[in-house]
Design a protein around this ligand. Structure first.
Ligand code: T3D
Length: 255
């Protein structure tokens, strides 16, 4: 059982809730280990993972209460943050970050590591690091410039001010914004939708998009051909085409 997160199942959807609301779900060492464990041991019948926060915040980043004296940040990143982020990027199921409130520092970048980010209208994203004399980490300097370009990435990182959910969506940093009152139901509907989808194809889509930033066109076309070869041999492709021809919704197994 977990101390710092809650983990719940509802059909094919698993929800991981960061659960230290008294500190805006700040990331402790224990929380990183628990996230890593929950994400990397997902059972095969989970077909969508939602990560969200308890209370009014999503995640305030590194727990600063144990950082007053100089700490081994390099070691913490390598041994604790990296495995957590890699576990999310390697998750068998598509990952939705449901950003219910402020996402600051590594908390923002944890959200941005998800496949799809959906934020409540009142949520904000803060690259808070420079406020305390640090450098954005947890993948932020990789993901953010690719998503929004260097000018906006630098502005976010140097000024370290809140970017609203609406602004983040307009910039292409996140996928969607929902009104606060429609957030829970809207996220649940989207999670169910992904949980009924072609899970293996979703993984291949993630692989292709991720690889695209480092690939030449030739290499990317070759990767697409290989991944499509795989998808073309899947049960879900047969079902997708059959359902289309029979004019009915597809019933994907995720295989
Ligand atoms: O290993 C390493 O250290 C390297 C890795 C670094 C990664 C990082 O993430 S560095 C960046 C760390 N995070 C921050 O700098 C953000 C700090 N928090 C804030 O700026 C603000 O709290 C928020 C913008 C997130 C929210 O502001 P607000 O006004 O809505 O709430 P609040 O009153 O500031 O926070 C509520 C409580 O949570 C408060 O405690 P209190 O006064 O009720 O007892 C606050 O101290 C606590 N809290 C918020 N963030 C953290 C925290 N406690 C510990 N660590 C936090 N990160």
């Amino acid at each position: 059982t977990y101390e710092t997160i809650q983990f719940a199942r509802d059909g094919g959807v698993a929800t991981l809730t960061l659960n230290r609301p008294q500190v805006m779900n700040a990331l402790s060492s224990r929380m990183r280990a628990e996230i890593c464990d929950a994400v990397s041991t997902l059972s095969g019948d989970v077909r969508c993972l939602v990560i969200t926060g308890a209370g009014r915040g999503f995640c305030s980043g590194q727990d600063l209460t144990d950082r007053a004296a100089a700490a081994d940040l390099e070691g913490t990143l390598r041994d604790e943050y990296e495995p957590m982020l890699r576990a999310i990027r390697a998750c068998r199921a598509p990952v939705i970050a449901a950003v219910n409130g402020v996402a600051a520092g590594a908390g923002a970048n944890l959200a941005l590591a998800a496949d799809v980010v959906i934020a409540a209208e009142s949520a904000t994203f803060i690259q808070a690091f420079a406020r305390i004399g640090l450098v954005p980490d947890a993948g932020g300097t990789f993901i953010i410039p690719r998503a929004v370009g260097a000018a906006r990435a630098m502005g976010m990182m140097l000024f370290a001010e809140p970017v609203t959910a609406r602004q983040a969506a307009d910039w292409g940093l996140i996928w969607d914004v929902l009104p606060d009152e429609a957030f829970t139901d809207g996220v649940a509907a989207r999670a169910r939708r992904l949980a009924e989808g072609p899970t293996a194809a979703y993984r291949a889509i993630r692989e292709a998009v991720e690889a695209s930033f480092g690939n030449s066109l030739d290499a990317q076309l070759a990767l697409e051909a290989r991944l499509q070869g795989q998808a073309g041999r899947s049960a879900d492709f047969v079902e997708g085409v059959t359902a289309f021809l029979e004019k009915r919704p597809a019933r994907f197994s995720g295989q």
